[in-house]
Design a protein around this ligand. Sequence first.
Ligand code: XMP
Length: 510
Amino acid sequence: MDKVFVLDFGAQYAQLIARRVRECHVYSEIVPHDIPLKELSGQHPAGIILSGGPKSVYSPGAPSLDPGILKLGIPVLGICYGQQVMAQGLGGEVSRTGVAEFGKTDLKVNSSDSVLFSELPPEQTVWMSHNDSVTGPPEGFHVTASTPASPVAGFEDPERGFYGVQFHPEVAHTPFGLDLLKNFLYEACDLLPKWTMTSVIETAIEQIRAQVGTDRVACGLSGGVDSAVAAALVHRAVGDQLTCVFVDHGLMRAGEGEAVETTFRRHLGADLIHVKASDRFLEKLAGVTDPEEKRKTIGETFIRVFEEVARDELEDAQFLVQGTLYPDVIESGTKDAAKIKSHHNVGGLPDDMKFTLIEPLRNLFKDEVRRVGEELGLPEEIVWRQPFPGPGLAVRIIGEVTPERLDLLRAADQVVFQEIKRAGLLREIWQSFAVLPAVRSVGVMGDERTYGYPIVLRAVTSEDAMTADWARLDYDLLERISNRIVNEVPGINRVVYDITSKPPGTIEWE
Ligand code: XMP
């Protein structure tokens, strides 16, 4: 398969570049900047992009570029830091000009035969973020674009297949950035836009069939997008050889357990073991009020239940499907984030379970997984489901989780869901939900004094859940949600809106 490698000089930039390349229908993978030359050339990429990075090429320990990469005869595009290491590697000049550029900048294209800027406007806005600049292009290069502070904002040597830009074509603030990337991919690398979700599905099916043969496969469903798409894909590949296991802990939102059942059993005709274990989970949760203790209880109970199913009904399954995504693959090992909440996903299984893993989504970003799900015919409510914590509504009930309190929260949460959906905001908002705190307050309904629970409404926008901002919901929408909850859910007499960003708050309340 044709592919383009993004050499990672600073993770956040590399991911975005890889995503944009894929938007141009060319498969792209992120590799470390110090990948051994043999390994890189052995995989025959059709093009290489050197990403931006947070360092100066002059700072001690700055990531360097193996000069051998520039001798492989593969077209190379350097972006920002990538342009600078490329210039340095080829004998050009990179300087600390003392003039930094950050943000939107006016760019002039000053070459009529540039490959990268071909058919793009001669004057355009680009996004800059740099201190150092290329001040002298290497021999053989011509300057293609400049800005007031960057005389060499673009350069190229098409004969040798070298291209560089100081600005960031991958960000949305560079309006013609995607067109520039297309010029690199389609013109400089001579690639065709062939990588589509249909081709992804076909390739995955072939690979799964080859890996599995005639063996049996198990897949745990959580109700979330990733496991659902992974299961649907494996089902398309091996049909009846797949058994799906849905451990229903009874902590899902209204209607979600049924949606899993309907989709997999009725629509896809998949073999599904639906373990209705709500009583068992609630029994274990009785009296538990500490947030971490709740997570631990749910995680452990989940494992016990799954082990029993595996022992009794899956003993001849050799393979286990997991919905690992590309960001998990890139980030595992590189990130050592402080533990704020233990996010042991419900679905994490003990290591001694002897399954070989099948991870059909491990090369895909979340939005790509959604598109695969749509192509496989999964319903909208599963494909576009907002992220949902493994321990479910238990972390949205402060204090003890009881059947009564679960019912209260579920009813209020359903109103939130319906109104956010009706306002057309379900996809735009990262997560929107209700939280049930453990305090009560006085209110008045009709002529009667009430003493009930409030509902906290939480709605946030986010890119990746690492940071988040509270959503600026319309006042009329807030009013509708508040009125409906107080009128329709007995026991709730007040609705408050959480206007805390993350940090300092977290998205969930526990
Ligand atoms: P916080 O609350 O830490 O959440 O801002 C960040 C994201 O993670 C989800 N979340 C969890 N997911 N198990 C999960 O699988 C958990 O225990 C858990 N706690 C929080 C949360 O919904 C948000 O998307």
